[in-house]
Design a protein around this ligand. Structure first.
Ligand SMILES: Nc1ncnc2c1ncn2[C@@H]1O[C@H](COP(=O)(O)OP(=O)(O)OP(=O)(O)O)[C@@H](O)[C@H]1O
Ligand SMILES: [Mg+2]
Length: 461
C-alpha cells in the first residue's frame, strides 16, 4: 500500500539527487559502505528522514546504535527524527544482535508487512552476514532476500556495510553484483584537515566521470555533497546587467551574468565597513532584481548583515525598511578559512541555499594565505568556471596583500576594480575590462556614483 500523497523517492542530498536521482525511479538496493565513523549512519538517516518528510514511510533497522543516541546526533545535523516518527512516516527499530538469523529475517518481514515502508535501512548488514556464518547457501539466500526486498516494498533498500580500518574491499558476495549502487565513504587527513570522500563504485544508469566526491558532515546542515562537475569547456557569459553608475557604464560598459569581477582594495581601506560596498551592492540588486549571496572569510553572517543594514540606514532610510530590503536581496555566511580543507570548494557551502544571481566572496585574501598557491589558483578557477556555467556573477573582494596575489586574482577575472587610497585618505579607483585600458575613477566621480546609488535606494525601498 503506497501512500497516495507520497512524492518520488529522493536522497535528500543535493549532489546525490542531481547525479543519481534516476536510480530511485524504480525499486533499487544500494550499499553504503565505509570505515568506522565515516558517515554511513548519517547518510542513511538523511535519506530516511528526507523521504519521511516527503510522505514516504521509512523503516530504520539498527543492530548497533540505540534510538535516542542516533536521534540526538541527527538532531544536531538538522534532522528532526522524533517529529518524523510522531508523524508516522519514520519507524526506528533496534534489534538485539543475539537473535538467530531466521528469526531476524522473519521479524523484519513481519514489520514490513505491517508498516508498509517504501524505504528500508539495515544498519548494518555485517551483523547478519556474520550470523549466517560460512554457509554459502544461507549467505546467498540472505543476499537474495535483501535484493528482492526492493521489489517487495516497491522502493529503496539501503544496506549499510562496515569496512574495518585498513580494508578497502567489501566482502558482500553476490550483493555487490546485484546492488544498483555502491557508495563507499572514506576519510583521510590532508594537510592536517579531515577530508571526507564518497567513492562511487557503481551506479546503474548514471553518467559519472568523477568517482570520488568530497563531502562534509556539518552541524545544522547534515550530509553535504556537491558534484564536482567543473565544465570541460568554458561557458559563455550570460545576459547584461545594469551597473547603476554612469561612470561605471562609461568605463567598462556592462557586466554580464557569469563574469568574474575582482575588487581589490588596500588593507587599510576597508570598503565593506565603509558602506560604499553594501550600498552599491543593494542598488545593483534592486536595479536588476537580484539575489546576492555574500560569503565572508572574515565576518560572521550576523556581523555582515548588520554592516549592510547600518550602511543602508546611514542614507536616512528607515531601519525596518533597510532590514527588509537586505533580507530580500541578500543572504550571508561567515566561514573560518582555516577550518576548511583546501579540497573543499567554498561553492559547496553556498549551493544548498538555493538559486542566487551573484556570489560575493569577501576577504578572499585569507583563503590565499591559508593554502598552497597551486590549490588557490585551482579553486579560484574551478569556482569561476562553475559559476560561469550557471550564469552566476562571481564578485571577489580582497585586500591587496601582495603583488603576486593581486596579479593572480586580476588575471583570473573579467573585470578588475583596483581601489586606491589617496594622500588625504580619499578613495579612488582604476577599473577595466580584461584587454581594455584601465580607466580612472576619481574620488569626485565616485562621490557622484554614490549619489546615483543613493537615489536608486531611496526610490526603490
Ligand atoms: N554535529 C556534528 N557536526 C559535525 N560532525 C558530526 C556531527 N555529528 C556527527 N558528526 C560526524 O559524523 C561522523 C559519524 O558519522 P556516522 O555515525 O554516520 O558514522 P558511521 O560510518 O555510521 O560510523 P560507525 O561505523 O561507527 O557506525 C563522526 O565522525 C562525526 O565526526
Ligand atoms: Mg553507524
Amino acid at each position: 500500500m503506497v501512500n497516495n500523497l507520497s512524492k518520488d523517492l529522493i536522497f535528500g542530498v543535493y549532489g546525490l539527487d542531481k547525479m543519481f536521482g534516476d536510480l530511485l525511479a524504480s525499486p533499487s538496493a544500494i550499499v553504503i559502505a565505509g570505515h568506522p565513523g565515516s558517515g554511513k549512519t548519517t547518510l542513511a538517516s538523511t535519506i530516511c528522514y528526507a523521504n519521511a518528510v516527503n510522505g514516504n514511510k521509512c523503516l530504520y533497522i539498527s543492530f548497533q546504535e540505540g534510538k535516542e543516541r542516533l536521534f540526538n546526533v541527527a538532531k544536531k545535523l538538522g534532522l528532526d527524527m522524533h517529529s518524523a516518527e510522531s508523524s508516522g512516516y519514520l519507524k526506528f527499530v533496534k534489534f538485539p544482535v543475539t537473535l538467530a538469523i531466521d528469526s531476524i529475517v522473519s521479524e523484519i518481514s513481519a514489520l514490513i508487512t505491517s508498516y508498509t515502508p517504501r524505504i528500508v535501512v539495515i544498519d548494518s548488514i555485517n551483523v547478519l552476514l556474520d550470523a549466517v556464518g560460512k554457509s554459502l547457501a544461507k549467505r546467498a539466500w540472505l543476499q537474495n532476500y535483501f535484493y528482492e526486498l526492493s521489489n517487495t516494498i516497491n522502493g529503496l533498500v539501503i544496506l549499510i556495510a562496515e569496512l574495518p580500518f585498513g580494508h578497502e574491499t567489501l566482502d558482500l558476495g553476490s550483493l555487490e553484483f546485484v546492488a544498483d549502487a555502491i557508495f563507499i565513504l572514506k576519510h583521510r587527513i590532508e594537510k592536517g584537515f579531515l577530508v571526507r570522500y564518497m567513492e562511487v563504485r557503481k551506479a546503474r544508469g548514471a553518467l559519472i566521470m568523477v568517482s570520488e566526491f568530497p563531502f562534509m558532515i556539518v552541524e545544522g546542515a547534515g550530509f553535504v555533497l556537491h558534484p564536482i562537475e567543473v565544465p570541460l569547456t568554458i561557458s559563455p557569459e550570460g545576459e547584461r546587467l545594469d551597473i547603476v553608475c554612469d561612470s561605471f557604464k562609461n568605463s567598462i560598459g556592462y557586466v554580464r551574468r557569469g563574469e568574474v569581477i575582482y575588487v581589490s582594495h588596500p588593507p587599510n581601506a576597508r570598503i565593506f565597513e565603509r558602506r560604499e560596498m553594501p550600498i552599491y551592492l543593494l542598488a545593483f540588486a534592486l536595479k536588476n532584481n537580484l539575489r546576492i549571496f555574500v560569503l565572508s572569510f572574515r565576518y560572521s553572517a550576523e556581523t555582515l548583515k548588520n554592516i549592510f543594514i547600518e550602511g543602508i540606514e546611514s542614507l536616512g532610510i528607515d531601519s525596518s525598511k533597510a532590514k527588509k530590503a537586505v533580507e530580500k536581496h541578500f543572504s550571508f555566511m561567515g566561514i573560518n578559512p582555516f577550518a576548511i580543507s583546501p579540497s573543499y570548494y567554498p561553492y559547496q557551502l553556498v549551493r544548498p541555499l538555493g538559486a542566487v544571481d551573484a556570489i560575493v566572496f569577501h576577504g578572499l585574501e585569507t583563503r590565499y594565505m591559508s593554502m598552497s598557491y597551486r590549490d588557490y589558483v585551482a579553486r579560484f578557477f574551478e569556482v569561476a568556471s562553475r559559476l560561469k556555467d550557471e550564469k552566476v556573477l562571481d564578485i571577489v573582494v580582497a585586500s591587496r596583500i601582495s603583488k603576486k596575489q593581486y596579479n593572480t586574482d586580476a588575471s583570473l577575472s573579467d573585470i578588475v576594480v583596483k581601489v586606491l587610497l589617496g594622500k588625504k585618505g580619499e578613495i579612488y579607483a582604476r577599473i577595466w575590462r580584461k584587454g581594455g585600458e584601465p580607466q580612472l575613477l576619481t574620488s569626485e566621480t565616485l562621490v557622484k556614483c554614490y549619489d546615483e546609488m543613493k537615489k536608486v535606494l531611496v526610490d526603490n525601498i
